[in-house]
Every structure is written in C-alpha cells, then in structure tokens.
Design a protein around this ligand. Structure first.
Ligand code: PLP
Length: 386
C-alpha cells in the first residue's frame, strides 16, 4: 500500500476494544459504523449509524433506565428538547393537551407557539388542581396531560400519581417534568406516569457544563414512538456530552443529599428574616404542600423560592448585586449556589400568582450553609424595604 492509503487504514481497528477494562466507558465517537458483512448493512436489530447512539450513549441510557425504573430512555440535546421531543412524538394535529400552569417557561412557550401552529389545542390548569379538577377539563380530543411538580419558581406540589391514575382510566397519557427530583427523589414511572422527563443538564450533569435531556418510559409502544420520532427528525446527542452526564450520575446520590440538607438549612434561616414574607419550599413545616411532598418525595433538592416583603425592583437588584457567594445566573443543579429575581418569568394564566412582594429563586450549592447565610445576611443590608 502507498502512503495515502495506509494513512487512512492504519490503526483503524483501534486495538482490541475488549482488551482494556476501564471504570468509565470509552467515549465512542462515530458517524460511520463499520458493519461486519453486507447482510448487517440492513439489519435493523442493532445500530447501523452513529446518530442512533453508540457505546457511550448505551452506557448512559442503561444507567438512566436503572435510575428511573424504565424500560427505555431516549436522550435529547437539552432538557427542553426532551420535553418538546416527547410531545412531538405522541401528539397529532387536532389533539388537545392539558398543561400545568406552573411549568418551566420555555415548555409553555413551546405549547403556545409550536403546538398551536400544528393545530394542537392547549389549556392550562391551576398548579394545585386535584385529579378531578384536571380531568374535568378533558375533552374527547385530550391526548396528553403535562405536569411539573413542584412547579417551576413557586414550588407548589401536585398529586401526580392521582392525576396519572385518573388520566389512564380515560386513555389520556401523562408526562411529568421531573427535573427537580433528578429521577431520584420522586420516581414518576412507579406512580403511573407514562413519560418521565428531566433536564440532565441540572443535577445529573451536576457541574453546570453540559446540556442533555431524557425521556424515560415503560410502555414498549411509547418507546418505539420516541425512537421513531428521533430517527424521523434526525435528533442526536454528542458522545462527549453523554460521557459527562454519566460521570455526573455517579455522584448524584451524595450531591443531592447535601444540596437538600444545605437548602433546608438556608430556607429555615430565611424564614426567620424580617425582609422575608414567605419561603416557598415544600419540605418546610410552613408549606401547605408538606404532607403531600413527604408522601411522594424522599427528600428535597437545593432549589426553592423566596417571597420578599414589598421592595422596589432597584432595591432587589442591589441585594442581588451585593451577593458574593451566590452567582447570578440561570439554570441550577450544579455544585454552586445561584440566585435570580423570578417575577419576570412568571406567566400564569389559569390562576394568577399572588405574592406579597418580589419573588427570588435560590439554588443552594455544596458550600457550607453558614457561609451562604452570612452572604445573604450582608447582602440584605443593601435591600431597603418600602
Ligand atoms: C432547566 C429546565 C429545563 C430545560 O433544561 P435545558 O437542558 O436547560 O433545556 C426543563 N425543565 C425544568 C424544570 C428546568 O428547570
């Protein structure tokens, strides 16, 4: 062989892949798969093209199946892509969808803009609506109920198992955005929910450096539909990102436990502050959702809301600007503490949000909670109540 040829083919076997046993899987990067023979080119049993996901993806989805108690996990390029992808996979023109009023803002935007563009009707129900109240809004065309519990930004808890059971009786599918629980603190599939969705970007990734989302299902027909939709649309995820998410998953249990403890410590401290009207944390004794939360969730994560007593926006901004340990930024679930002003993200239509004053959202990281409360304490000096 001449140089131009051997440069292409030398080392193509990559050594014996089975020769080394490593703790973490290899990052298998490929568009093209080399198939063993001509018959295998059109054999649908296994992957024939890299877009379908290779060894790294297989290791991650196997681990996520165990986490979620699922038969199949479909991966997407972000949490939002998992939510929109699941809906596109199961909905048809003319269908009707019921959506919880407290869903993640971009989920609402996808429903309002894209679903309606494809002639799918959307109605919203109040965040704490009972199963009877939700199902009372169902029509013959209702195909899907979309929940998120606790609600984004305000953390109301919904009885998702009751909604799932009532929906199943009516032949309606249920989807739950379970990002808060990271697939672990609450396990939707065990409670009858059909599609368990999460932004792996948050706690599973855990380091604020990777986007990915997942949809976990038990029903083989739903699994086939999710797979087919991804193939039809050409959705694929990077093996490097799958590797990072799997690395994060290894420490999910210990990180989540610490986030939850630190979050409760900071939330309890905030409840004693004169600047605070209410802390929106479903595990606090003061929460109207506490009984339901402790029945469904094994523990809280590190995310919660804080309603301040009335204060001007400029004063809230001064408080945020004075924070030193809490970063100002979107997303959450990484190892670090974050704060945002959240009022401008609230878009309720089924029931207006009633807060005594400005709404903040805090993500409590793995720092020592005493340092975090000291940081909040010094920043409160910049907050002038009206
Ligand atoms: C962040 C978030 C998403 C979206 O995840 P991305 O990976 O950022 O697209 C979806 N749902 C909830 C509840 C979230 O907090």
């Amino acid at each position: 062989m001449r140089p131009a040829t051997w440069l292409i083919h030398a080392g193509q076997g990559g050594g014996e892949p089975q020769a080394f046993t490593t703790v973490a899987p290899p990052v298998q990067r490929a568009s093209t798969l080399l198939l063993p023979d001509a018959a295998a080119l059109y054999d649908r049993a296994g992957p024939t093209y890299g877009r379908q996901g290779l060894a790294t993806h297989a290791a991650l989805t196997e681990a996520l199946c165990a986490l979620e108690g699922a038969e199949h996990v479909e991966l997407y390029g972000s949490g939002l892509a998992a939510l929109s992808g699941a809906m596109l996979a199961v909905l048809n023109a003319g269908d009707h969808v019921l959506v919880a009023d407290g869903v993640y803002g971009p989920t609402r935007r996808f429903c309002d803009v894209t679903l309606r563009r494809f002639s799918i009707a959307v109605d919203y129900f109040p965040v704490r609506a009972s199963a009877e109240q939700v199902l009372a809004l169902a029509r013959p065309a209702t195909r899907l109920i979309v929940m998120e519990s606790p609600a984004s930004l305000t953390f109301e808890v919904q009885d998702a198992p009751a909604v799932a059971a009532a929906a199943r009786e009516r032949g309606i599918l249920t989807l739950l955005d379970n990002t808060y629980a990271a697939g672990q603190l609450f396990r939707p599939l065990e409670h009858g929910v059909d599609l368990s969705v999460q932004a792996l970007t948050k706690y599973v990734g855990g380091h604020a450096d990777t986007f990915m989302g997942s949809v976990a299902v038990r029903d083989p027909a739903l699994a086939a539909r999710l797979r087919a939709m991804s193939a039809e649309a050409g959705w694929a995820t990077s093996p490097d990102d799958a590797w990072l998410i799997l690395r994060g998953l290894r420490t999910l249990d210990v990180r989540l436990a610490r986030h939850g403890e630190n979050g409760l410590a900071v939330a309890r401290w905030l409840e004693g502050r004169p600047e605070v009207a209410r802390v929106l944390h479903p595990a606090l004794a003061s929460s109207p959702d506490r009984a339901l939360f402790s029945r469904l969730f094994s523990a809280p994560c590190g995310l919660f809301g804080v309603v301040l007593k009335p204060a001007a926006r400029a004063s809230v901004d001064s408080f945020l600007n004075a924070l030193r340990l809490f970063g100002l930024g979107f997303s959450w679930g990484g190892f670090e503490s974050l704060a945002i002003a959240a009022d401008r993200q609230l878009k309720r239509t089924a029931e207006p949000w009633r807060g005594e004053g400005p709404l903040l959202r805090l993500h409590v990281g793995l720092e020592d909670p005493a340092d975090l409360t000291a940081d909040l304490d010094q920043a409160f000096a910049a907050l002038a109540p009206v």
